[in-house]
Design a protein around this ligand. Sequence first.
Ligand code: HEM
Ligand code: HEM
Length: 204
Amino acid sequence: MAFRVSAQTYTYVSHVLGVVAAIHPVLMLIGFIILGGEAIISYKALPWGKDVKKLIHLVLHAIALILGIIGVYTAFKFHNESGIANLYSLHSWLGIGTICLYGVQWLYGFLVFFFPGGSTALRSDSLPWHVLFGMFVYVLAVCSAVLGFLEKLTFLENSGLYKYGPEAFLVNFTAIVTTLYGAFVVFSAVTPDRVVDDFSYSSI
Ligand code: HEM
Ligand code: HEM
């Protein structure tokens, strides 16, 4: 009986740990990559006024950051509860770097561009740096995610997963889709805004 209970407990604990481990990539992808990307392209993609777009940019980045923090917490929780060392891989180092820089970027953006808001000179001096640093942090997030896929697949293959099997292809293709998504976010942010001039004449 005691054996049955402990076996059930073991199965339950490993199931919970499995869920905790699996949720890390999902939260990181939805947060940093998808919502972070949408936040960046919101300035170019949305038709509303600057103030509305600024609010959307700020809120989407905040949700991305919160999901990122929860996602990294789940990775640490999984490691601690399974007795695995923390922060030993390049993925985890770049990942921690990404989340710290993302936090700094958000805080600076909030204080200078939103509340209490810097002087006009400070805002216009900061903007090019905000854009450059923002792109850098976003690209770093994409690189961390791709390294995460590589690491996960290497673990799976070392524990017997067929190297040309459907699961291996799925992981690699998800990493390629992530990279392409990141590339399109960067392209849309660096390309010049289309100026719509409804009032002057132009030939069709
Ligand atoms: C921007 C996205 C991501 C960030 C910032 C990030 C960050 C992190 C961090 C900080 C850790 C270390 C946890 C610890 O040491 O206890 C970690 C672990 C891990 N992550 Fe990610 N991650 C991201 C995306 C992904 C993705 C997409 C996968 C794909 C499956 C993944 C797979 C893993 C794995 C397998 C571990 C455990 C092994 C290790 O510590 O290197 N991560 N991640
Ligand atoms: C980690 C969080 C953030 C990242 C990664 C980030 C990144 C970026 C990027 C890449 C751009 C350029 C977009 C484009 O040219 O199409 C941008 C623009 C901008 N961001 Fe952020 N941002 C963040 C947080 C914030 C916050 C909290 C604010 C506060 C309101 C803010 C205010 C702005 C403003 C005012 C612009 C200029 C838009 C324009 O007039 O072209 N950002 N940001």
